[in-house]
Design a protein around this ligand. Sequence first.
Ligand code: SAM
Length: 472
Amino acid sequence: MTEAKSNGPARQADGKGRGRARSNRRDRDQSRHDAKPGLQARIAATRLLGAVVDGKASLDGLLDREHGNPHFLALSESDRGLVRAILLTALRHLTVIDAIIDGLTEKPLPAGARSLRHLLAIAIAQILHLDVADHAAVDLAVSQADADPRNRRFASLVNAVLRRLIRERDTLPARVADATDPFPAWFMERLRCAYDAATVAAIAEALKVPAPLDLTVREDAAGWAERLGGTVLPTGTVRIAPGGPPVSDLPGFDEGAWWVQDAAAAIPARLFGSLAGKRVADLCAAPGGKTAQLILAGGDVVAFDQSASRLKRLEGNLARLGLSADTRKDRAEKVSDEAGFDAVLLDAPCSSTGTVRRHPDVVWTKSAEDITKLARVQRSLVDHAVTLVRSGGALVFSNCSLDPEEGEEMISNFLADHPEWTISPVSPELLPGLEGAITARGEVRTHPAMLAADIPQIGGMDGFYAVILIHR
Ligand SMILES: C[S@@+](CC[C@H](N)C(=O)[O-])C[C@H]1O[C@@H](n2cnc3c(N)ncnc32)[C@H](O)[C@@H]1O
C-alpha cells in the first residue's frame, strides 16, 4: 500500500502520468461540450460543409437516410433537420459568407485553416439567414472551436468575428453582397457566356431562393391544388410553397395521386404527346418521374437505368402510383433491341446546374471541366439512342443543366455529324405560359428566373434543356 502510494507522485511525474492527466482533462472538456444541446449538430454541419466544399461530396449522398455520413446518421431526427437546413442555407450563400469572413478578419485566415473557415460559415449562416438566436450561434461556435484542438487557439477570434458581424449586421452583409458575385467564379463565368446580363442577374437572384414543392398530378390538378393549399401552373403542375410538412405526410401521397416533379422536369416526357399503343424506352429512368408520365400517356414502357439501387427506387415509386413498367438494369449505351421503339427518352446524366435552388452544393462540387466531360458522355449516349428509334419514331433528349455545352451546342454537333436527323420544333401549345422557353430552332430552354412570381418562394423553375429529334 505504502509503496503504491509513494509511487503515485513518481508516476505523475513521468510522461504517461502527464498524458493520462491531459486525456482526463480532454474527456472532461469533451463531455462538457457533448452535453451542450445543439453542439453535435454544429460539429456535424461543419464537417459536412468541408466534405462538400473540399471533398466535392454530394450533399444528397452525405444526408442519405441509409448510406449517409455516419456523423449525420448519429444525430437525432430533429438535429438532422437542423443540419440539413444549416447546410442548404450556408451553401446557398457561401460565396458571400466567405467574403464576409475575409472582411471581418484583420489578418487573412491561414490557408490551411479550412475547418475554422467552415465553422465560421456555419455560424454566419445561422446568424444571417436562420431563426437561431445570435447568442446561441456565437456560444456554440466558440464552444465548437474550443472543443477542437486545431481551432482552440482561434476561439477568441471566432467570438470577436461573430460579435462584430452581429453589431454590423445592418450594413456589412449588404455591402459585401453588392461587391461580390453570388456564386463561384466558374459558374458565373459559364452563365455570362451563355446568357445576356439581365438574364444572368435574374437567374442568380432566383437561385438564392429555395425551390417550391412542385407536384405532377394524375388528374384533377385544380382539386389537388385546393386540397394542398397550392396553385396550378399554366403547364398543369401543382405548386406549393416550401416549408410545409414532409411530402409523405401530405394528402394524396399514400394513394399515389401525385408525385414530386419540378415544373421544368415535367416538360420532356410531355413533348411526345399521346403514347397510346406505342413502345417506349426510358433510357436513364430512375427515380422514375418521367417514366410515370410516359406510362400515363399510354406508352408500353421499358425503363432502363445503370444503377440497381436507383432502379429499385423507381420500382417503389411506380408501385406507390399503382403503375408498372418493364424495368431493366442496363447502361443506355449497351441497350440493344431488335424491334426498336416508337419513342425514346434520353434524360441524360448532366452537371445539374439547373437545380441549384434545390441542390446548392452543385456549384461547389462541379466545375467547367465536368461540363465538358459530361457533354462528351451525353453525345455518346445520343449517338446510341438514335439507333433504338424505329422508323417514324422520335427521340427526346433532355437534361437539367443550364449550360449550352450540354444542350444546344452538343445537339448542334450531333446534327452536323448526322444530317439524316433533324429537330422537330416544339409547338407553343404544348407549353402554355412558357412559350418564351422555346428557342428559335424549336428546342426547350428553361431557367430558374422563368415562371417568376411576386413572392419569390413560389416562383421560378429548374433549368432544363429538351429537344425532339426525328429522322428526316
Ligand atoms: C437525371 S437522372 C434521370 C431522372 C429520371 N429520368 C426521372 O425523371 O426521374 C439520371 C439517371 O441516369 C442514370 N444513368 C447515368 N448514366 C447512365 C447510363 N450510361 N446508362 C443508364 N443509366 C444511366 C443514373 O443512374 C440516374 O438514375
